[in-house]
Write a protein of this length. Sequence first.
Length: 535
Amino acid sequence: MKARAAPSSTSPTGLVRSPISERPAVLLAIAQAVAAHTDLGALLRDLASALRGHLPGGYVSFALIEPDSRSAKLQFLEPVGGGPAPNPADTPTELPAAESPTAFVLGTQEPLWLDVSAPRDDQFPVLRAAFAKQGVRAGCFVPLTTPRRKLGAMGFNSYSAVTPAPEDIDFVAQIGRLVALAVESALTRQELHRANARLSAEKLYLEEEIRTERRMDEIVGQSAAVREVLKQVDVVAPTDSAVLITGETGTGKELIARAVHRRSARKDRTFVKLNCAAIPTGLLESELFGHEKGAFTGAVERRTGRFELADGGTLFLDEVGDIPQELQPKLLRVLQEQEFERLGSGKTIKVDVRLVAATHRNLAKMVAEGKFRSDLYYRLHVFPVHIPALREHPEDIPPLVHHFVALFAHRLRKTIETIPTETMAALERYPWPGNVRELEHLIERAVILTGGSELRVPLADLVPLASPDGLLPDSKHTPVTLRESERELICRTLDQCAWVVGGPHGAAARLGLKRTTLISRMKKLGITRSKHPVE
């Protein structure tokens, strides 16, 4: 084995104090000390304890390769041989490859001997300056390499000027090989623990998805508006670009987000969703990025955030316009850099997540009002997809009605064969301020109420709710009260039925009411027609 050495002539002290005859026993003790560790800090402390008395006063260091950046970073320092503990502030944690002994030994796969006091040796000047400040006189670096991967390097740094013999450096290299196996085992256990934690989180999330019992795999509708939306989905899905889905509440934004995921290369990975408006502001950061145990009051265990859970897949942020302003810079950073830190942790986590966001708000207006960051808006607004309101494509109402009837009839174990023409016509005329969600819930209620094979829809419930400004979606800015809306609906239905109230084709049946109930409401609202008495 070759060793790059510059022996000191100022001290007869060797690098290794143990006699050669005792070294097999020392190696066995070291192997036992570092075996079966999962914590690298504990591994290094036990290694330092096993080496105590076998090395001159100094310290042992670990520089391990960061799996994400592929650069080596000093992670642990531990005193040995009775020397004082080094000050971490005096030790550079990261060095350029040309300045790094770790990069040198990983490249050559040979030990490196460094004599700090050697004249005219200008290699590693930054490290030499740090050593001089610490009082380190010599150092020996060996690669931490296993048959499967390169892990980093281990350094033995002495406060005394020592003269290494070839067998000393070979002995230290043997220690490095033992430690490399222990480090790899510890890292593998850590990786398995993280993988198991992530799989457990995914399992809980997917079980929650299954419990919703929702059919989200079908997009119903053949109108030009729906075809245009699906065309945009087909264009953007194969890319990894961010998608911003806009539209009124209840138009099916989550359905389109799932379609983007299913038609992308990430379809076999997890689709994770989070409604930003449904999470309290104080907990939203933890939901997005996760937290460590003890990060805040109530954090009794580590929690995996949605970004980490969606690694390799798609994250759907619904109602992204409700994200508080103080959290928006952190969201922007993870979208740009694909990295973040859990709450209570300084460790940076790298992820590969495709973001699909949705909102019913006017984000451009919010940016102009200073309520939403412009840089985050432009980062989300890479590929906007607008979903039209249901009233803008009423030709899709009949297929949606048939779809929901079949869905809920199967779920409730009912057989519904027909939908009255008059009922379908009334559903097509209604403006549906709640869009597809309102239609879905109405049909579910109708299926529950239906006792025979013909669907009975409670049309009397179709009274649009006023918006915050007191206007209805189709009211042309004319204020309408609930009483006026109900009166108009009943009069319109009576006109369609020639003012026949009872019977299978009467107004009461169309409105989903009992005959006596409708008569009572007509009297309350003052609805009469002298030429056609109530039957």
